[in-house]
Design a protein around this ligand. Structure first.
Ligand SMILES: [Zn+2]
Ligand SMILES: [Zn+2]
Length: 284
């Protein structure tokens, strides 16, 4: 969480707002009680309504928070209350705060509006022959409707989206191998134990209903730790695939030996659904 916060802040300082926003959204998703996440999101959010909501949330968590008070004042076009300004000045060394705050103050009033212009007077920067009224909210270049991807805060162009994703997914190729080597043996063991001891017994269903989520979450956490907490586009899917393999292999063996019944298969299916979902969530 600390690392993600630092990375988000770095992106925000470099003006990579789309990437920073994606990270702050994950931070407030996972730690909704942390004021920093909401303040960061408020700083980079492209949409004025979402900016306001994030500042308000930060203010709820930390009443009198000078950054939130000042941010809301700027949004409303009110002067920043002197106590808040003084507290901010004391908190932040000038080098850190001057650039982003002046930029965002200046931008807040202007570019929120021209994202969608009334007439089709622009041409897509990737398709010069296509007229459009849309702009990328991150780089502000015009994009046609087939290039634009809709996000909660406006349209984004493919280049900015890829940049945001590249900054967000920081895994290395080796992480995929490590993730498979960690999650497959554990899943095989879990699959073996489920089948060896519990298939067909009442305990099996208790296990399925009560501990699937915890087992899946555990596999996800262990795997995530093994790869140093990095995120990869296909890593959550890979771990789920390993879990499916780990449970299905022993189940198929047992099926071939004639020891499998419909009831047991249903239980294993429920296990995979719940545990796989929990592992996926941990790996995000
Ligand atoms: Zn763009
Ligand atoms: Zn285009």
């Amino acid at each position: 969480m600390r690392a993600l916060l630092a990375q988000a802040e770095r992106n925000a300082n470099y003006g990579k707002n789309a990437a920073a926003e994606m990270m702050y959204r994950q931070i407030v998703d996972e730690a909704p009680e942390a004021e920093e996440g909401w303040l960061g999101l408020a700083r980079v959010a492209g949409d004025a309504g979402q900016k306001r909501a994030a500042y308000e949330r930060a203010l709820e968590l930390a009443p009198e928070s000078p950054a939130a008070v000042a941010g809301l004042a700027v949004l409303d076009g009110r002067p920043v209350p002197p106590e808040a300004a003084a507290a901010l000045a004391a908190l932040e060394p000038p080098a850190e705060e001057t650039r982003p705050s002046t930029v965002s103050v200046a931008e807040e009033t202007a570019p929120a509006a021209p994202v969608e212009e009334a007439t089709y007077t622009l041409t897509c920067y990737r398709h010069p022959e296509r007229l459009t009224s849309l702009r990328c909210y991150n780089c502000n270049r015009p994009i046609c409707i087939s290039c634009a991807r809709k996000t909660p805060v406006g349209y984004i162009c493919p280049e900015c989206q890829r940049q945001a994703e590249d900054a967000f997914y920081n895994s290395r190729p080796l992480d995929y191998l490590i993730a498979a080597l960690v999650s497959l043996p554990i899943s095989l063991l879990v699959g073996y134990l489920l089948i060896r001891f519990f298939v067909g017994s009442f305990f099996f269903f208790l296990i399925v209903f009560f501990v699937s989520g915890a087992v899946g979450g555990f596999i996800g956490r262990i795997t995530k730790r093994a790869i140093g907490g990095r995120r990869g586009r296909y890593l959550p899917g890979l771990v789920v695939a390993m879990m499916v393999l780990g449970v299905t292999l022993p189940a198929v063996l047992l099926l071939l030996l004639g020891g499998m019944n419909l009831f047991a298969m249903l239980g294993l299916g429920i296990f995979l659904f719940v545990a796989g979902g929990a592992a996926y969530w941990q790996m995000r």
